[in-house]
Ligand binder design. Structure first.
Ligand SMILES: [Zn+2]
Length: 245
Protein backbone atom coordinates (compact mmCIF):
# COMPACT_ATOMS: atom_id res chain seq x y z
CA UNK A 1 0.00 0.00 0.00
CA UNK A 2 2.81 2.35 0.92
CA UNK A 3 4.68 1.42 -2.21
CA UNK A 4 1.62 2.16 -4.33
CA UNK A 5 1.18 5.58 -2.73
CA UNK A 6 4.81 6.51 -3.33
CA UNK A 7 4.64 5.31 -6.90
CA UNK A 8 1.48 7.26 -7.60
CA UNK A 9 2.91 10.40 -6.06
CA UNK A 10 6.23 10.26 -7.86
CA UNK A 11 4.49 9.63 -11.18
CA UNK A 12 2.18 12.60 -10.83
CA UNK A 13 4.90 14.85 -9.43
CA UNK A 14 7.14 13.97 -12.37
CA UNK A 15 4.40 15.14 -14.69
CA UNK A 16 4.28 18.42 -12.83
CA UNK A 17 0.65 17.90 -11.95
CA UNK A 18 0.80 17.91 -8.17
CA UNK A 19 3.23 18.66 -5.40
CA UNK A 20 1.92 16.78 -2.39
CA UNK A 21 -0.39 13.99 -1.40
CA UNK A 22 -2.78 16.40 0.27
CA UNK A 23 -3.22 18.44 -2.88
CA UNK A 24 -3.87 15.23 -4.80
CA UNK A 25 -6.83 14.37 -2.63
CA UNK A 26 -8.00 17.99 -2.55
CA UNK A 27 -8.18 18.04 -6.31
CA UNK A 28 -10.46 15.06 -6.54
CA UNK A 29 -13.37 16.15 -8.71
CA UNK A 30 -16.90 14.81 -8.69
CA UNK A 31 -18.83 14.86 -11.93
CA UNK A 32 -22.58 14.81 -11.43
CA UNK A 33 -24.47 12.67 -13.83
CA UNK A 34 -28.06 12.81 -15.00
CA UNK A 35 -29.78 10.24 -17.16
CA UNK A 36 -32.94 10.14 -19.23
CA UNK A 37 -34.45 7.07 -20.83
CA UNK A 38 -37.23 6.43 -23.29
CA UNK A 39 -40.36 4.39 -22.70
CA UNK A 40 -39.18 1.70 -25.11
CA UNK A 41 -35.82 1.49 -23.32
CA UNK A 42 -37.54 1.15 -19.97
CA UNK A 43 -39.80 -1.59 -21.33
CA UNK A 44 -36.85 -3.44 -22.85
CA UNK A 45 -34.99 -3.28 -19.52
CA UNK A 46 -37.95 -4.86 -17.75
CA UNK A 47 -39.34 -1.81 -15.98
CA UNK A 48 -38.40 1.39 -14.20
CA UNK A 49 -36.55 -0.11 -11.23
CA UNK A 50 -34.55 -2.36 -13.55
CA UNK A 51 -33.35 0.43 -15.80
CA UNK A 52 -32.41 2.53 -12.75
CA UNK A 53 -30.43 -0.38 -11.34
CA UNK A 54 -28.68 -0.74 -14.70
CA UNK A 55 -27.72 2.95 -14.72
CA UNK A 56 -26.35 2.64 -11.18
CA UNK A 57 -24.29 -0.33 -12.30
CA UNK A 58 -22.91 1.82 -15.12
CA UNK A 59 -21.91 4.54 -12.65
CA UNK A 60 -20.21 1.95 -10.42
CA UNK A 61 -18.36 0.46 -13.40
CA UNK A 62 -17.20 3.92 -14.43
CA UNK A 63 -15.77 4.61 -10.97
CA UNK A 64 -14.15 1.18 -10.91
CA UNK A 65 -12.24 2.33 -13.99
CA UNK A 66 -11.67 5.98 -12.99
CA UNK A 67 -10.33 5.26 -9.49
CA UNK A 68 -7.54 2.76 -10.18
CA UNK A 69 -6.57 4.67 -13.34
CA UNK A 70 -5.57 7.63 -11.11
CA UNK A 71 -7.76 10.18 -12.87
CA UNK A 72 -8.80 12.02 -9.67
CA UNK A 73 -12.31 12.10 -11.12
CA UNK A 74 -15.40 10.27 -9.96
CA UNK A 75 -18.93 10.01 -11.28
CA UNK A 76 -22.02 10.40 -9.11
CA UNK A 77 -25.60 9.77 -10.18
CA UNK A 78 -27.81 12.78 -9.51
CA UNK A 79 -31.18 12.04 -11.05
CA UNK A 80 -32.68 9.64 -13.57
CA UNK A 81 -35.98 10.11 -15.35
CA UNK A 82 -38.30 8.50 -17.83
CA UNK A 83 -39.03 10.68 -20.86
CA UNK A 84 -42.39 9.21 -21.88
CA UNK A 85 -42.88 11.59 -24.81
CA UNK A 86 -39.41 11.20 -26.29
CA UNK A 87 -39.91 9.37 -29.56
CA UNK A 88 -37.24 7.04 -30.89
CA UNK A 89 -39.03 6.64 -34.21
CA UNK A 90 -36.58 6.57 -37.10
CA UNK A 91 -33.56 7.16 -34.86
CA UNK A 92 -30.39 5.24 -34.19
CA UNK A 93 -27.98 5.98 -31.34
CA UNK A 94 -26.20 8.68 -33.35
CA UNK A 95 -29.27 10.62 -34.39
CA UNK A 96 -30.82 10.23 -30.92
CA UNK A 97 -27.64 11.72 -29.44
CA UNK A 98 -27.82 14.60 -31.93
CA UNK A 99 -31.35 15.43 -30.86
CA UNK A 100 -30.50 15.01 -27.19
CA UNK A 101 -27.37 17.16 -27.35
CA UNK A 102 -28.98 20.00 -29.26
CA UNK A 103 -32.34 19.55 -27.58
CA UNK A 104 -33.46 19.65 -31.16
CA UNK A 105 -37.03 18.83 -30.33
CA UNK A 106 -37.23 22.19 -28.55
CA UNK A 107 -36.98 23.92 -31.89
CA UNK A 108 -40.48 22.68 -32.66
CA UNK A 109 -41.45 23.48 -29.06
CA UNK A 110 -42.34 19.85 -28.52
CA UNK A 111 -43.28 18.35 -25.20
CA UNK A 112 -40.18 16.13 -25.29
CA UNK A 113 -37.87 19.10 -25.70
CA UNK A 114 -39.55 21.06 -22.94
CA UNK A 115 -39.33 18.07 -20.62
CA UNK A 116 -35.64 17.73 -21.29
CA UNK A 117 -34.92 21.42 -20.74
CA UNK A 118 -36.89 21.38 -17.49
CA UNK A 119 -35.08 18.25 -16.30
CA UNK A 120 -31.63 19.64 -17.08
CA UNK A 121 -32.34 22.95 -15.36
CA UNK A 122 -33.82 21.19 -12.37
CA UNK A 123 -31.10 18.66 -11.62
CA UNK A 124 -28.08 20.71 -12.72
CA UNK A 125 -26.00 17.69 -13.60
CA UNK A 126 -22.70 18.14 -15.42
CA UNK A 127 -23.35 15.21 -17.73
CA UNK A 128 -26.50 13.99 -19.43
CA UNK A 129 -26.88 10.52 -20.88
CA UNK A 130 -29.88 9.30 -22.85
CA UNK A 131 -30.69 5.59 -22.92
CA UNK A 132 -32.63 4.31 -25.92
CA UNK A 133 -33.66 1.01 -27.38
CA UNK A 134 -32.95 2.17 -30.96
CA UNK A 135 -33.95 -0.41 -33.51
CA UNK A 136 -31.68 0.82 -36.28
CA UNK A 137 -27.91 0.67 -36.67
CA UNK A 138 -25.55 3.21 -35.23
CA UNK A 139 -23.55 1.25 -32.68
CA UNK A 140 -23.88 0.61 -29.00
CA UNK A 141 -23.21 4.09 -27.78
CA UNK A 142 -21.95 7.50 -28.81
CA UNK A 143 -20.73 10.59 -27.07
CA UNK A 144 -20.05 14.08 -28.28
CA UNK A 145 -16.54 14.67 -26.91
CA UNK A 146 -16.33 17.19 -24.10
CA UNK A 147 -19.97 18.17 -24.51
CA UNK A 148 -21.44 16.36 -21.53
CA UNK A 149 -23.91 14.46 -23.73
CA UNK A 150 -23.92 10.78 -24.56
CA UNK A 151 -26.39 8.15 -25.70
CA UNK A 152 -26.29 4.36 -25.38
CA UNK A 153 -28.46 1.34 -25.99
CA UNK A 154 -30.22 0.14 -22.86
CA UNK A 155 -28.58 -3.28 -23.11
CA UNK A 156 -25.16 -1.62 -22.81
CA UNK A 157 -25.74 0.29 -19.59
CA UNK A 158 -24.19 -2.47 -17.51
CA UNK A 159 -21.36 -3.11 -19.98
CA UNK A 160 -18.06 -1.35 -20.75
CA UNK A 161 -19.91 0.83 -23.27
CA UNK A 162 -21.08 3.02 -20.39
CA UNK A 163 -17.65 3.98 -18.95
CA UNK A 164 -16.30 4.10 -22.52
CA UNK A 165 -18.77 6.81 -23.58
CA UNK A 166 -18.34 8.73 -20.33
CA UNK A 167 -14.62 8.57 -21.08
CA UNK A 168 -15.22 10.40 -24.36
CA UNK A 169 -17.21 13.00 -22.46
CA UNK A 170 -14.15 13.67 -20.30
CA UNK A 171 -11.72 14.01 -23.22
CA UNK A 172 -10.54 10.40 -23.65
CA UNK A 173 -9.78 9.34 -27.22
CA UNK A 174 -9.48 6.27 -29.38
CA UNK A 175 -5.83 5.72 -30.10
CA UNK A 176 -3.51 2.79 -30.16
CA UNK A 177 -1.11 4.84 -28.10
CA UNK A 178 -3.83 5.35 -25.52
CA UNK A 179 -4.50 1.76 -24.78
CA UNK A 180 -2.81 -1.23 -23.23
CA UNK A 181 0.63 -2.06 -24.58
CA UNK A 182 1.87 -5.49 -25.53
CA UNK A 183 -1.47 -7.08 -26.21
CA UNK A 184 -2.04 -8.08 -29.85
CA UNK A 185 -5.73 -7.15 -29.71
CA UNK A 186 -4.86 -3.53 -29.23
CA UNK A 187 -2.73 -3.40 -32.33
CA UNK A 188 -5.74 -4.17 -34.46
CA UNK A 189 -7.43 -1.21 -36.13
CA UNK A 190 -10.57 -1.67 -34.10
CA UNK A 191 -11.40 1.66 -32.53
CA UNK A 192 -14.06 0.21 -30.28
CA UNK A 193 -11.46 -1.55 -28.14
CA UNK A 194 -8.98 1.25 -27.57
CA UNK A 195 -10.70 3.08 -24.71
CA UNK A 196 -11.11 0.63 -21.88
CA UNK A 197 -9.13 -1.57 -24.23
CA UNK A 198 -8.98 -5.30 -24.47
CA UNK A 199 -6.97 -7.02 -21.76
CA UNK A 200 -5.80 -9.48 -24.38
CA UNK A 201 -8.23 -12.38 -24.27
CA UNK A 202 -10.57 -11.22 -26.99
CA UNK A 203 -12.81 -8.26 -27.59
CA UNK A 204 -15.13 -9.04 -24.72
CA UNK A 205 -12.21 -9.19 -22.26
CA UNK A 206 -12.11 -5.50 -21.43
CA UNK A 207 -9.61 -3.96 -19.03
CA UNK A 208 -11.54 -1.70 -16.62
CA UNK A 209 -8.99 1.08 -16.93
CA UNK A 210 -8.47 4.41 -18.65
CA UNK A 211 -5.00 4.07 -20.17
CA UNK A 212 -2.17 5.10 -17.86
CA UNK A 213 1.44 3.94 -18.32
CA UNK A 214 1.88 4.00 -14.53
CA UNK A 215 -1.04 1.64 -13.96
CA UNK A 216 -0.90 -2.05 -14.70
CA UNK A 217 -3.71 -4.49 -15.22
CA UNK A 218 -2.82 -8.18 -15.13
CA UNK A 219 0.82 -7.05 -15.06
CA UNK A 220 0.56 -5.21 -18.40
CA UNK A 221 0.86 -1.44 -18.55
CA UNK A 222 -2.46 0.12 -19.49
CA UNK A 223 -0.89 2.98 -21.44
CA UNK A 224 2.23 4.02 -23.31
CA UNK A 225 4.68 6.33 -21.54
CA UNK A 226 5.29 9.67 -23.17
CA UNK A 227 2.32 9.31 -25.44
CA UNK A 228 -1.23 10.51 -25.14
CA UNK A 229 -2.75 8.89 -22.13
CA UNK A 230 -6.45 8.83 -21.42
CA UNK A 231 -6.07 8.91 -17.63
CA UNK A 232 -3.95 12.04 -17.98
CA UNK A 233 -6.43 13.63 -20.38
CA UNK A 234 -9.22 12.98 -17.89
CA UNK A 235 -7.12 14.31 -15.00
CA UNK A 236 -6.42 17.54 -16.87
CA UNK A 237 -9.94 18.12 -18.13
CA UNK A 238 -11.93 16.94 -15.10
CA UNK A 239 -12.48 20.34 -13.48
CA UNK A 240 -13.65 21.99 -16.71
CA UNK A 241 -15.87 19.01 -17.52
CA UNK A 242 -17.40 19.07 -14.04
CA UNK A 243 -18.51 22.65 -14.70
CA UNK A 244 -19.96 21.98 -18.11
CA UNK A 245 -23.36 23.38 -17.23
ZN1 LIG B 1 -15.60 5.26 -28.50
Amino acid sequence: MKKLTLFKLSALTALGLIATASSASAQRTTIFFGCGFTQTAQNAAGGNSNIRANINAGVRNTNRALNPSQTSARLRGRSYALFPNYSEAGKDVGSALGDWRRRRSIIGNTAAGQTQLQFENQIRADFMMLIVKAGGGGGNGQATPDSGYSCILQGRATQPTFPHEIGHNVSALHSHANTMAKTPQNRLPRTQVTLLGSAGRGYSDVAPRYSNPNVRYRRARTGVAGSRENALRIFRSRVARAAIR
